[in-house]
Design a protein around this ligand. Sequence first.
Ligand SMILES: CC(=O)SCCNC(=O)CCNC(=O)[C@H](O)C(C)(C)COP(=O)(O)OP(=O)(O)OC[C@H]1O[C@@H](n2cnc3c(N)ncnc32)[C@H](O)[C@@H]1OP(=O)(O)O
Length: 409
Amino acid sequence: MTYPIRPITEAEYPAYSSVLTEAFGWTPHPDQRARWQSGTEFDRTLAAFDGDLIVGVTGIYTFSMSVPGGADLPVAGVTAVSVLPSHRRRGILASLMRRQLADVHERGEPLAALYASESVIYGRFGYSRAADELYLSIPTHKAAFVRNAPVDPALRIKVIAPADHRADFEALYERVRARRPGQYARNDHFWGAVLADEEYHRHGASDLRGILAVDDSGVRGYALFRVRSNWNDGVAANEVQVNEVYATDPAAYALLWRNLLDRDLTVTVSAWGRPVDDPLTQLLADNRQLRARWGDELYVRVVDVEKALAARAYAAPVDVVIDVTDDLCPWNARRWRLTADVSGAECKPTEEEADLTLPVVSLGAAYLGKDALQAQLEAGLLAEHTAGAVRQLAAAMAWSPKPWAGLVF
Ligand SMILES: CC(=O)SCCNC(=O)CCNC(=O)[C@H](O)C(C)(C)COP(=O)(O)OP(=O)(O)OC[C@H]1O[C@@H](n2cnc3c(N)ncnc32)[C@H](O)[C@@H]1OP(=O)(O)O
């Protein structure tokens, strides 16, 4: 049985969104549903139909995303993937994914990216875990910084109402996001999500709180957080739950965390999803006290090998012929010669013998700079034809800071 696929109109949004809420078992608040609707790019939605009934959906946010070296790449941010429970496992997701990848390619976007509800779903479509994150928790009484942590006496903390400082957050985030691969330009919809503060976003904690790190020249950093108030037998045991911390420089970054860690009545600071190389991990003197769970963050699919590999910077010179295998995007499946040094990168089709064979899913894992390729070789997932070729490519593709998008879409 086939299920015709097409984008929806705005009038069809209620039926589109009900597939999403049914598949996820969510009951969104009307404000949240309204926000999703206003953020929807209707020409980039796809719905699969069984007669008049929408039974499967997906959408795309049109992103500009930082890649290693700081360039901005057009990226398709895949979202809202859902199939009605009555129609699951009939190949509807597979047909939506095939159609979506063809659309993304036609539009000239070299990458697609997503946050996965389950890590097992997207590998078959060429997506790979490309960024990791830490869910961390720090006991505040063990949170001293190393002795040489940066301090700038010109800096001070200002307590603010987040809703009044959106322009400061936007300007600061835009100033710093090129540093870390995976960070994407946030439009109105995403700033609305960052600052969303209705009761249902609080999960028993306070309203959204904010601090700025400022000096006489202006804002050098901000943090957004909530406080979960807690008393045990008359003893205060609050938890500060950190949502975002961004700063232009290390001293401002350290001061913001210092303020979050030093609050009265507080025993724990936690954060749901931080970069694995968060500078905070280096600042804590007793860093064994930082308890963290390692998780998967962004998934990446290289849709156009030639454009994607030429667009990023490389940490070391590289000159290899890669035989890319890709069942879903046949335009990628061939041999490519990648040459790169400090002056730039080039990726061109070639008929030369391959130094290594790389499934496109492995390229996605390494694209934003995660150190993935050598381990994949050792796991038997790649084929090396010239000794040392994988090590050379892995050293060139690995990047610091490590990739992290920082905001679910
Ligand atoms: C970016 C995001 O939006 S992430 C959100 C993803 N959505 C959800 O988690 C909501 C709940 N789940 C669903 O709506 C559906 O189960 C979906 C969208 C995950 C899958 O849709 P379906 O139409 O059932 O998938 P489809 O039938 O096309 O399956 C294609 C293949 O993927 C496999 N597959 C699909 N979903 C899963 C899963 N959750 N776990 C393991 N395998 C899966 C199928 O078994 C099939 O494998 P095969 O090719 O070897 O036969």
